[in-house]
Design a protein around this ligand. Sequence first.
Ligand code: AMP
Length: 215
Amino acid sequence: MTNISGPMPGENFLHMLNIVIFGPPGSGKGTQSARIVKKYDLIHLSTGDMMREEMKNDTPLGREVRGYIDKGLLVPDEVVLKEIDMHINRHLDKPGFIFDGFPRTIVQARALDQMLEAEGLPISLVISVDVEEEELFKRMMGRGEDSGRSDDAEHIIRRRLEVYKEQTLPLISYYMEQGKIASINGMSPVDQVFDKITRAIDTYLESQTVLPVVD
Ligand code: AMP
């Protein structure tokens, strides 16, 4: 029988595409996310942006997270998860999400899977933007001169890269086991990286296939 009354509880036919954009700090996730959001009409959920907004407004949450961010450390999982859960629930009527800078730990990845599965909206694909460490460092040092970001100073950048390797990189195996990783060479100019990303997303939309490597 055809369901003409709209989604059943736990189903959401409109909301179809959930992307995680994954990569080290300085890999261009934010820049690429802005373009992806525009092309595919997704909701951009950047935990870094959420935290910076709270810090800017000097809210209790902003004051709580500043100590971690300014040291280049991760904000505790429970704080990030509460924030992201709130944002997901606010936008369940949209065509999809792009998660930028989240998840960053295995605990966060498992929690995200649970949150989305409860809504019948699993992650579609994980776009991993690969950039060599030396280039990351160069980009972030350059960005620090005009980003105004308190965590773009040299010793903090080094710490953020260490934290990435220790706590976030293991997520590659987590999503690899789920067959969801599309690996993109992020060393090329912004437009070319975006072309590769759209190839991965369009392939997914056309055939529900995740291209493991897009070079
Ligand atoms: P980003 O803008 O994504 O590089 O994030 C800037 C900083 O915010 C990070 O260095 C962390 O201190 C904090 N942060 C952002 N997202 C997360 C997350 N998912 N888990 C823990 N801390 C986060």
